[in-house]
Design a protein around this ligand. Structure first.
Ligand code: AMP
Length: 180
C-alpha cells in the first residue's frame, strides 16, 4: 500500500469513533458522504470494533478506520471531516465525552504538520489500541513518519485485548452502558 502523497493525491487514514445512537449507521453515512465528496476516493475500510470508553462513565465505543485517497489539502480534508461530524450531530461539550461520530485524520501521506488546527500524524494515535487495531487491518505496513515504526509494530506494543470485533447480531444500538 502506498503511503506517499505524490501522484494523483495523498493516501490518508481516518479513524472513526462513536458511542451515541446508531453508531453503525453513522459510520456508514460518514463513509457514504466521504465517497461522494469531490476529490476523495475510498480505498479500504476496516471491520468495526467495540472498545471500553476513556474518560467519564459512558457507553462503550465503536471504532474503525478508513483509507482514502484525496487531492484535497490536509486542512481542507479536516474541514470535510468536521462538516460530516456536524451533520451527524456531533457537539463538543465534554473532553473524552460521549459522541455520535468522531472523525480523526491519522495520516495524510507521510506529511508531518503542527498548527493550531491540525497535527499530523494525529498526536494521540500511537497510544490508542482502539485506533491501531482497525488501522492495522487496512494499513499494517504504513510507516509512521514521526516514530519510524510501522502500524503493526505500534499495535504490537499495546494491550489490545479490550478491542473486540463488533458482532452485528449481538451488539445493539445504542451501545449499552458498560460496568463503570
Ligand atoms: P476531537 O474533539 O478529539 O475530535 O478533536 C478535535 C480538535 O482536534 C479540532 O479542534 C481539530 O482542529 C484538532 N486536531 C488536531 N489535529 C487533528 C487531527 N489530526 N485530526 C482531527 N482533529 C485534529
Amino acid at each position: 500500500m502506498a503511503d506517499g502523497d505524490q501522484g494523483s493525491g495523498a493516501v490518508c487514514a481516518i479513524a472513526l469513533g462513536g458511542n451515541v445512537g446508531d453508531v453503525g449507521a453513522a459510520f456508514e453515512g460518514a463513509i457514504a458522504q466521504l465517497a461522494t465528496a469531490a476529490g476523495i476516493t475510498i480505498l479500504a475500510r476496516s471491520p468495526w470494533y467495540r472498545t471500553p470508553p476513556m474518560g467519564p462513565p459512558q457507553p462503550d465505543f465503536w471504532n474503525g478506520c478508513v483509507l482514502l485517497r484525496t487531492t484535497r489539502s490536509p486542512e481542507d480534508l479536516l474541514t470535510v471531516l468536521q462538516t460530516i461530524e456536524a451533520a451527524f450531530g456531533r457537539q463538543r461539550h465534554l473532553r473524552w465525552g460521549p459522541r455520535t461520530l468522531d472523525l480523526d485524520l491519522i495520516f495524510y501521506g507521510d506529511r508531518q504538520l503542527h498548527t493550531d488546527e491540525l497535527t499530523l500524524p494525529h498526536p494521540g494515535f500511537r497510544d490508542r489500541a482502539f485506533v491501531l487495531v482497525p488501522l492495522a487491518d487496512v494499513a499494517a505496513d504504513w510507516c509512521d513518519p514521526a516514530s519510524g515504526q510501522t502500524v503493526a509494530q505500534l499495535r504490537q506494543a499495546l494491550d489490545c485485548s479490550q478491542v473486540v470485533p463488533v458482532q452485528r447480531d449481538r451488539d445493539p444500538h445504542p451501545a449499552p452502558l458498560n460496568s463503570n
